[in-house]
Design a protein around this ligand. Structure first.
Ligand SMILES: [Ca+2]
Ligand SMILES: [Ca+2]
Length: 248
């Protein structure tokens, strides 16, 4: 299981434990949970931390959980003692809603419904500092690979409106202070980009109302290889872990 899969599995495991309304429930069982999902289980609540917000996503690095906490921005939570998770720091994100987080080398990549991609240095958890941002709205998920952020979107549709063309963006993050969009694919109706993205080698899998399989060997020129229709009318695929299981 490579690093990305481990991160994704930890993410899903903790998401299942996060509960609703910003309540953070943490069950630590790192070895079994990561390496052998079939034998892992979800036990009793060991601890929780709540100070408002709405927990949408979490990434874990070491004994720190980075929580995309909606209107509270990024919450940085110490989990070394799972019975006593506590806040180390917070990056409030103004009027936005922080809904996705990815951690790489003490850098947090946040997706915010208002601000777009926000890049934050979290090397000092007590003092997270913004490095750069790429404005955008309606992002739903991201995946960081090498010097690129791959972002899928799900623009909000007003009742009575036709479904808008959605996007699959590639953002060059080689200069963290100046993230730059280098590719912006539009979906072909009736298919749309979706809620979740995973990348394996040079292939991006994007789940939503269908599964897009995209060749990203050239990040500047991603190419759709195939589209698999999932359940008709079902437009709310949220995770690609099941896709990985099927493919592998
Ligand atoms: Ca909070
Ligand atoms: Ca807080």
């Amino acid at each position: 299981m490579n690093r990305e899969k481990k991160i994704l599995f930890v993410l899903l495991s903790l998401m299942l434990l996060l509960g609703s309304f910003g309540i953070i429930n943490i069950k630590i069982n790192p070895i079994k949970t990561i390496e052998d999902p079939k034998t892992s289980g979800f036990g009793d609540l060991l601890g929780n931390y709540y100070d408002g917000g709405y927990a949408y996503d979490v990434a874990v690095s070491g004994s720190i959980a980075y929580v995309a906490d909606g209107s509270d921005g990024l919450e940085i939570i110490a989990t070394q003692d799972p019975t006593n998770p506590h806040e180390l720091g917070q990056f409030p994100n103004g009027i936005g809603l922080t809904e996705e987080v990815w951690i790489s080398n003490e850098i947090a990549f946040l997706l915010d419904t208002w601000w777009g991609l926000v890049i934050v240095n979290v090397s000092d958890p007590s003092n997270p500092i913004e490095i750069g941002r790429q404005e955008g709205t309606f992002h739903s998920d991201l995946f960081i690979k090498d010097d690129f952020a791959y972002i899928v979107g799900r623009p909000f549709v007003q009742q009575g409106e036709t479904q808008p063309i959605q996007y699959f963006q590639v953002v060059d993050i080689s200069d963290l202070s100046n993230p730059t969009i280098v590719a912006d694919l539009k979906s072909t109706p009736p298919y749309h980009w979706g809620e979740a993205i995973c990348i394996e080698n040079d292939i991006a899998f994007v789940a939503g109302d269908c599964l897009h399989i995209i060749n990203i060997s050239n990040p500047f020129d991603p190419q759709v290889l195939n589209i698999y229709q999932t359940m008709e009318g079902y437009e709310d695929g949220r995770s690609l872990l099941f896709s990985f299981n099927l493919i592998n």
